[in-house]
Design a protein around this ligand. Structure first.
Ligand SMILES: *[C@@H]1O[C@H](CO)[C@@H](O)[C@H](O)[C@H]1NC(C)=O
Length: 467
């Protein structure tokens, strides 16, 4: 199989079938696939290649079955003698081998599958045809089906989709919509039905666009507000937590937001607007010695750069005091402006890390061939911190999910033995993830402590529901 020698594999299949040895061959096939999947997912130093390797393996295994492991189609009297179809035992074994191979490492494969799709959706189909690109997406979805950790996939997918849409990084909105449809439809009965999330996101974006056009139409054509673009998002549809400490915007910008908010209130009296600038973007016209450039930056980068309208050099601590940005966020922002490829600011002294004693200076000598210069920020990328936060969110959600399942089960049954409760709980949450027995035990303990459940005094294994 490793050599892709389908002719020999086909001969093997024929020979094994003559001596009633198909079960042996099938077991060896299954073992080979399973071991290969395990090796790939457990290779922690090459997580970034995991999905591509799995796709290659799956495709080779599919080809093996469809070219070498063919059986005479005896059930179908209509087809002429000699029609052959892939042996269903092997088809089944392939699925099983992938699913059990994935279990060698929890959570990470599901995360990597979502990240692989994120890359694919950003990059788009390139020179491949629609059908080829759809086939790639389908094959990635096939991998998703094998993981137990559907919630991990969904959470990462949801977040990256949100970023693609808000930062306009998606190669094709049509493909986004068709992907969501697939996730929902294919997953409808058998899998996760919660992919309806995308619909609310798309709706928010198109309503925002309309509302923005109406707002602009009301303003004088030369007013500053014409350059404002606001997306109004329902909290429940988007996977972002409220950022508590954000940034102080320049007064002129802040004024536009107040104008917008006042107008919004007139149209939607019951709604509360709160601003989230973390994914905001801006275009600045910057004058360097070599000429004007349009800088396409994140809103955080813009706020920092605008300070240099009033001063050529500013110490780190002053930038901090004037913007009131989160410490880490400010350091990362300054790094992107002064330590990356496009240095529109200079750091004194030079270096990779931003220290408290640093001073920043406008780089008047900045040059670039293009008129429009995009300065990378970490905004669009998934940072390790963000992955960590996502991990914590998922772990927290799992606890709530297990708690809710246990309470639901106990409420219905009133009393139950520990073992049965375990089994019922695993069954109740399995379409989202497969919980670790130890975690369920801990959740049961905590529910006893918070008096949702009571442990029997006579039998430590028995639990009662506390109404
Ligand atoms: C979260 O991170 C821990 C530690 O790295 C890991 O064991 C766990 O599987 C992760 N959970 C999820 C849901 O990714």
């Amino acid at each position: 199989m490793t050599a892709g020698d389908f002719t020999t594999l086909a001969s093997m299949y024929t020979l094994f079938s003559r001596v009633g040895g198909i079960a042996v061959l099938c077991a060896a096939f299954r073992q080979h696939i399973r071991t290969s999947v395990e090796e790939i997912v457990k290779d922690v130093n090459n997580d970034d290649d995991m999905v591509q390797k799995l796709l290659d393996l799956k495709s080779a295994a599919d080809t093996t079955i469809t070219t070498a492991f063919l059986t005479n189609n005896m059930n179908d009297a209509e087809t002429s003698a000699g029609t052959k179809t892939p042996d269903s035992e092997f088809v089944y074994s392939l699925k099983d081998a992938f699913a059990s191979g994935f279990r060698a490492r929890r959570n990470k494969p599901a995360e990597m599958i979502a990240k692989f799709l994120d890359k694919a959706m950003r990059k788009g189909q390139g020179s491949s045809t629609d059908a080829e690109f759809q086939a790639l997406l389908d094959s990635v979805l096939a991998l998703y089906r094998y993981t137990d950790d559907k919630d991990v996939f969904r959470t990462f997918y949801h977040r990256s989709l949100a970023k693609r849409l808000l930062l306009e990084k998606s190669a094709s909105i049509d493909f986004e919509a068709s992907m969501l449809k697939k996730l929902k439809e294919v997953l409808g009965a058998e899998y996760d039905p919660e992919f309806g999330m995308g619909e609310d996101m798309f709706k928010d974006l198109s309503l925002s666009k309309e509302a923005m056009a109406e707002y602009h139409a009301k303003l004088p054509s030369n007013s500053f507000g014409q350059r404002l673009s606001v997306m109004v998002l329902q909290r429940s549809a988007w996977p972002f937590t409220v950022t508590k400490k954000s940034v102080d915007l320049p007064i002129s910008m802040q004024k536009e937001l107040v104008n917008y908010a006042n107008d919004y209130k007139l149209r939607h009296s019951g709604h509360v607007l709160s601003w989230d600038h973390a994914l905001g973007t801006a275009t600045l016209k910057a004058r360097f010695d070599a000429g004007y450039k349009d800088l396409s930056v994140s809103l955080y980068q813009a706020v920092v750069l605008l300070l240099f309208n009033d001063a050529v050099e500013i110490p780190f601590t002053d930038i901090m005091a004037q913007t009131r940005m989160d410490d880490d966020e400010l350091r990362r922002t300054l790094q992107s402006l002064a330590c990356g490829k496009k240095k529109v600011l200079l750091k004194i002294p030079p270096g990779k890390d931003v220290n408290d004693g640093d001073v920043f200076k406008f780089n008047a000598d900045f040059k670039d061939e293009r008129l429009r210069v995009h300065i990378n920020s970490i905004q669009a990328k998934v940072t390790p911190e963000e992955s960590k936060r996502t991990n914590e969110t998922i772990e927290g959600d799992r606890k709530h999910y297990i708690d809710a399942a246990i309470v639901r089960i106990m409420k219905a049954k009133k009393e139950m033995m520990h073992e049965q409760l375990m089994i019922a709980t695993i069954d109740a949450v399995k379409s989202h993830f497969v919980p670790i027995v130890d975690t369920i035990k801990k959740r049961v303990e905590s529910l006893v402590e918070s008096e949702y459940l009571r442990r029997s005094e006579k039998d430590k294994e028995k639990f009662f529901y506390v109404a």
